[in-house]
Write a protein that binds this ligand. Sequence first.
Ligand code: TYD
Length: 143
Amino acid sequence: MNKSLNLRVNGVQPVKLATFKDLPDGNLFIAEAAKQIPFEIKRVYFINSLANPKAVRGKHAHRKLEQVLFCISGSLLLHLDDGENKQRVKLNDPSMGIWLRPLVWHVMSSFSYDSIILVLANEWFDEGDYIRDYAEFLRLARS
Ligand code: TYD
């Protein structure tokens, strides 16, 4: 994936982290609020141990929450859906994130054994902000 990636789903944009490549002594990636990340960060969470190749995560959209999602190790498939347009994006570059604004149905699958998802969010956790029912999502996205 790269910045020229043609994202066709509404409410979705690529985010590129500042990167210092120091191989073989490591790579450094930097995410600063209101700079590379398009909002003030209020919550960070990450998901590891995705060794089950059939694992599926996500399957929801948010009413107000904004997030930037990274695959900082390994690879995964991110399925994006705005209620009209659908697209699958392979994430395998730690410096490339996807900014998910409200009302984007997203699903993650096809994880490599070593994949790690990192998410930066603009609000604290609120289950009430989740839309977990796809029919409800379609109603809201299309209204
Ligand atoms: P969920 O967001 O549904 O996971 P994913 O989209 O990655 O599949 O969250 C799974 C569970 O974890 C759910 O019960 C809510 C809880 N959770 C929190 O308590 N706080 C959080 O910040 C997050 C992201 C999830």
